[in-house]
Design a binder for this molecule. Structure first.
Ligand code: FES
Length: 151
């Protein structure tokens, strides 16, 4: 008898506890998940593309010039050195991710954001960039330029 009398109340309390528990849990999840997503941004991985055939023909690249191209979702820079060699790098500045450009007057790669300088091997040689640009492999296949990430 006693047990029967307690059961409904116990069930109700149990349900209430469950409901409040899950509501609180859902509420916390609803609040904390976006906050967590905001505070811990997803890692910006390297572009998924490993090889790209450029829409630029080798003969279009005169010595001492540079050209930005799309490497997956990120920019790359193709450079024809004054000596005539084709080289490619990530065009994302290693300082604060601005897109670098080629400066024919300086004969090297330059970042306009904070006056960062990179030589023709991608090495940081002036300004705030802390690291070299990522270097890519350039292959000329017939009339096409194929750029790929190194192994
Ligand atoms: S982002 Fe390139 S020098 Fe600052």
């Amino acid at each position: 008898m006693d047990g029967e009398a307690r059961n409904p109340a116990g069930t109700r309390r149990g349900f209430l506890n469950w409901f409040l528990g899950t509501s609180a849990g859902a509420f916390l999840l609803a609040v904390l998940y976006p906050v967590g997503r905001y505070l811990i941004p997803p890692t910006v991985g390297e572009s998924a593309a490993a090889t790209v055939t450029l829409p630029i023909k080798p003969e279009e690249m005169r010595p001492n010039t540079g050209q930005i191209f799309k490497f997956g979702s990120r920019p790359g820079i193709l450079v024809r050195t004054p000596a005539g060699e084709l080289r490619a790098f990530s065009a994302v500045c290693t300082h604060l991710n601005c897109t670098v450009q080629y400066r024919p007057d300086l004969n090297h790669i330059w970042c306009a954001c904070h006056n960062g300088h990179f030589d023709l091997t991608g090495r940081n040689i002036g300004g705030p960039p802390p690291r070299p640009l990522d270097a890519y492999v350039v292959n000329v296949r017939g009339n096409q330029i194929v750029v790929s990430k190194g192994a």
